[in-house]
Design a protein around this ligand. Structure first.
Ligand code: E4P
Length: 217
């Protein structure tokens, strides 16, 4: 499973990238707002930190305007992935951009039918929003499972990018189902390494080691 980080905070991106764990980044208009920075400037900096795909989202809702914005975003760096909303205009733009050789991420996916449409439009990634579905009382993971089945049935190459991840359990469940990518907030990604027994065991080993009076090297 590939790990993307879901943020436009360059400090957090640098830290996680330094651990060697990062395969890409996703941003959205809300995350750009949170960063307090200019979209082109911050996206360019992110693209210089991470070698993998960096999703930058269009904000137009009409096809030709989306295409104009996509052209601006695509110029920022070679590893830009154009993020488009799951609308008919978004899918049309996805088909055009894919044909032009751009990477695309179709976002705001809440149903398996929508995911099928995105795959037909040639999306590089489909982003089903797990957490937001859970918030409605439904099961976001069920959607990941349905999309996996449909994509495997027809051998669609579109990668399932599990998004709106809120917990480490979401990451584990998405991995068990076979999502190709998880895009995760930095704190949740770092929490994935934590286990109380690891901390307890390490504490014990260090205490015993101190008692030996030895040093390695
Ligand atoms: C995905 O690309 C989105 O940016 C993100 O995962 C949305 O998550 P949220 O529901 O926590 O805002």
């Amino acid at each position: 499973m590939k790990f993307f980080v879901d943020t436009a905070d360059v400090k957090e991106i640098r830290e996680i990238n330094d651990y060697g764990l990062l395969d890409g980044v996703t941003t959205n208009p809300s995350l750009i707002l949170k960063s307090g920075r200019d979209i082109k400037e911050v996206t360019k900096e992110i693209c210089s930190i991470v070698a993998g795909p960096v999703s930058a989202e269009v904000t137009a809702t009409e096809y030709s305007e989306m295409m104009k914005e996509a052209a601006v975003l695509a110029k920022i760096a070679d590893n830009i992935c154009i993020k488009l909303p799951l609308t008919l205009d978004g899918l049309k733009a996805c088909r055009s951009l894919t044909s032009e050789g751009h990477k695309t991420n179709v976002t705001l996916c809440f149903s398996a039918g929508q995911a099928l449409m995105a795959a037909k439009a040639g999306a590089t990634f489909i982003s089903p929003f797990i957490g937001r579905i859970d918030d409605t009382g439904a099961d976001g993971m069920e959607l990941i499972s349905e999309i996996r089945t449909i994509y495997d049935n027809y051998d669609f190459k579109t990668e399932i990018l599990a998004a709106s991840i809120r917990t480490v359990n979401h990451i584990k469940q998405a991995a068990l189902i076979g999502a190709d990518v998880a895009t995760v907030p930095p704190a949740t990604l770092k929490a994935l390494v934590k286990h109380p027994l690891t901390d307890k065991g390490l504490e014990q080993f260090l205490a015993d080691w101190a008692k030996t009076g030895q040093k390695i090297g």
